[in-house]
Design a protein around this ligand. Structure first.
Ligand SMILES: Cc1cc2nc3c(=O)[nH]c(=O)nc-3n(C[C@H](O)[C@H](O)[C@H](O)COP(=O)(O)O)c2cc1C
Length: 170
């Protein structure tokens, strides 16, 4: 798919078919994540791939939407801030930025393969830690289901560029 078509085609999928995701497609999506850039190339993240079959009830403790567990897979992007780059002048951690870039690679690769995804940040982090058994120092940052879409995209509602871009200075 042409890149501009790809970024227009991606949308938040909130209904999924039960059809399995082929393993080679899962591997392609994960490989796209692996190739993403991170600050100082430190790659301070771990992806947890979860098969939803039979785990629907406990997964809904993490995010209480029926469509969350409709897809055969859910992926959790975890940051490991202790392994990430921190700007020395003000101690700002870039692990969340790294995680977002990696997730965007994953999501665009999925879209390119006809798979649906949805960024999910409004999850319960305490339940996520428990259900996934996350060790200390590992932070769940964002989830996405991964499966074939069973809905249609709505119109893209975005601010015009004139509201979002300034040239030369604020
Ligand atoms: C960081 C982030 C967190 C999000 N969290 C949620 C969420 O918890 N639940 C949800 O249904 N959508 C969530 N979304 C999806 C946004 O609502 C969606 O991307 C936005 O409305 C634009 O729609 P589109 O993705 O279909 O283009 C999130 C998106 C981002 C980027």
């Amino acid at each position: 798919m042409d890149f501009s078509e790809l970024i227009r085609k991606r949308y938040s999928v909130r209904a999924y078919k039960r059809d399995p995701v082929e393993d080679d497609k899962l591997q392609q999506v994960l490989e796209a994540a692996r190739l993403a850039p991170t600050a100082a190339n430190l790659q301070p993240f771990q992806l947890v791939v979860i098969r939803t079959a039979g785990r629907e009830a406990e997964l809904r403790r993490i995010y209480h939407r029926e469509w969350f567990t409709q897809a055969p897979l859910v992926i959790c992007m975890c940051g490991v801030p202790g392994q990430g780059w921190v700007r020395s002048s003000d101690r700002k951690s870039y692990t969340d930025v790294d995680a977002a870039i990696v997730m965007d690679h994953l999501i665009l690769a999925a879209t390119n393969l006809g798979l649906g995804t949805c960024w999910i940040a409004a999850f319960n982090p305490v339940a996520a830690r428990e259900v996934l058994g996350l060790p200390e120092g590992v932070e769940p940052i964002v989830f996405t289901p991964l499966g074939y879409p069973d809905d249609q995209p709505g119109p893209k509602e975005r601010k015009p560029l004139s509201d979002l871009v300034r040239y030369e200075r604020w």
